[in-house]
Write a protein that binds this ligand. Structure first.
Ligand code: UD1
Ligand code: MG
Length: 463
């Protein structure tokens, strides 16, 4: 679609039922603030789309989650109704916009295809407005659609103004509108607040347009999930459960095996390759990507990380890290931010890695802390190796070169460098650099006291 569109997103309301000190539209669904769902969907699918967000209550929260995004903000000081909110945004609607969409910030799941259908239908029918409708089993609380036999919309009646008969109508207004720009400008000037709420209702636009001989048409949404509005913690829960299943089913359809789709939590922007298997109790969050043929979980927590092909990750936590192909992690490992594991690395039981790089095929199988280290290829870190990176004031780095062998229970006191092929004797506390090909032993020599046990026994027994 090349014609320009402006999207006005209403987000000034109070969101009372959420019982939160934060704005409703920044509440997270699967880790992502609600309002970002619509904004991402528009940005991905409308090249020329311009976005105006109407803010009012708790506007700082909205500014914060949209920081750096290409959106304009219109400020509605007092919430005088949905039409008033749109009026506040009109200064930001570009002159060359053809379609002006009005959307609600608390209805996050609308699809671009549906919005495009609104625009198409409006144009085909040369209508001033095309609005979305939905058929609800329980329409309580929503504006009801009054249409004529040709499907033209005559008006919308709000719940509180509806007659007994009208309340039985199951076709409702979920609040997605596509206006022709000039018609919107005209009609806004004619909406008043003479109703029991003393609010400017955007829905009054329909009757006004009809009276002046303009056409209002509708498109009915096929999937009601798209128009779900979120007002309370319970609705947030319902939305998250449904979205979780939809995301998981989408991965199944692309060749990812999820063992239990009810007990696997994958955020919407995660990518996973074919033939990867995901075991239950696993969280894959943020902007994570995972390659093909991996086995992930059970019980793993991966956030904002990049994982290659054929990796195995069990009962482990991985944050902001990069993992190349054929890496094995866990059980019970923790990769903290800014860790890089090259191909073939193994990180085993109770190993913690932070801000470190491990070269190809380097192995740390058990009980080790690797902090602020640059480790080469084929290094073996024995059980209980500690990278002593902190002196109480500052962090220091350790370098371990290719093929070095660090014996069990060693302390490497940073800053220190272990040269290529060097060996560290088990139980050493290394404070000085070790040259390539050397063996470093930094521990008390062993003394055997022959017969000591017998002499001690004799001493006690002869008292
Ligand atoms: C509105 C519709 C109703 C529809 C329902 C769907 C009107 C008059 N009625 O009713 O037909 O069935 O939505 O959910 O439009 N907002 C502002 N500023 C305001 C008022 C509202 O930004 O001054 C925002 C709110 O934050 C909210 C959205 O607009 O996101 C809808 O407002 P709300 O008060 O919830 O309208 P409803 O009474 O639910
Ligand atoms: Mg509402």
């Amino acid at each position: 679609m090349s014609k320009k569109s402006t999207f006005i997103i209403l987000a000034a309301g109070e969101g009372k039922r959420m019982k939160s000190k934060y704005s409703k539209v920044v509440q997270k669904i699967m880790g992502k603030p609600m309002i970002l769902y619509i904004i991402d969907e528009i940005e991905k699918n409308f090249e020329d789309g311009k976005i105006v967000v109407v803010v009012g209550n708790k506007k700082e929260d909205v500014y914060k989650v949209l920081e750096g995004r290409n959106v304009k903000f219109a400020y509605q000081e007092k919430q005088l109704g949905t039409a008033h909110a749109v009026m506040c945004a009109m200064d930001y609607v570009s002159d060359d916009s053809k379609d002006v969409f009005v959307l609600y910030g608390d209805a996050p799941f609308i699809k671009a295809d549906t919005l495009k259908r609104l625009s198409q239908k409006r144009e085909e029918e040369a209508a001033a407005l095309c609005l979305l409708t939905a058929i609800f089993e329980n329409p309580y609380g929503y504006g009801r659609i009054i249409a004529d036999e040709n499907g033209n919309v005559i008006k919308i009646v709000e719940e509180r103004d509806a007659t007994e008969e009208q309340r039985k109508i199951r076709e409702i207004n979920p609040g997605f509108y596509c206006f022709e720009k000039h018609e919107l400008v005209n009609v806004l000037s004619k909406i008043d607040n003479k109703n029991c709420q003393n609010e400017y209702y955007l829905t009054d636009a329909i009757e006004i347009l009809n009276r002046s001989g303009k056409k209002v048409v509708k498109v009915t949404v096929e999937d009601n999930f798209e128009v779900m509005g979120i007002n309370s913690r319970y609705e947030l829960f319902v939305a998250e459960q449904e979205l979780k299943l939809r995301i998981n089913k989408e991965h199944l359809s692309r060749g990812v095996q999820i063992i239990d789709i009810y007990n696997t939590y994958i955020h919407p922007d995660v990518q996973i390759g074919k033939d990867t298997v995901i075991y239950p109790g696993t969280f894959i969050l943020g902007k994570t990507s995972i390659g093909e043929d991996c086995v992930i979980g059970p019980q793993s927590y991966i956030v904002d990380s990049k994982i290659g092909n054929n990796c195995h990750i069990q009962f482990s936590v991985i944050e902001n890290s990069e993992i190349k192909d054929n890496v094995k992690i866990g059980p019970y490992a923790h990769l903290r931010p800014n860790s890089l594991l090259e191909e073939g690395v193994k990180i085993g039981n109770f190993v913690e890695v932070k801000n470190s790089k491990l070269g190809k095929n380097t192995k740390s199988a058990h009980l080790t802390y690797i902090g602020d280290a640059d480790i080469g290829e084929n290094v073996n870190l024995g059980c209980g190796t500690i990278f002593v990176n902190y002196d109480g004031y500052k962090k220091h780095r350790t370098v371990v070169e290719n093929n070095a062998f660090i014996g069990c229970n060693s302390n490497l006191i940073a800053p220190v460098k272990i040269g290529e092929n060097a060996y560290i004797a088990a139980g050493s506390t290394i404070t000085e650099d070790v040259p390539a090909n050397a063996l470093a032993i930094a521990r008390e020599r062993q003394t055997n006291k022959e017969g000591w046990v017998l002499r001690r026994k004799q001493m006690y027994e002869s008292r």
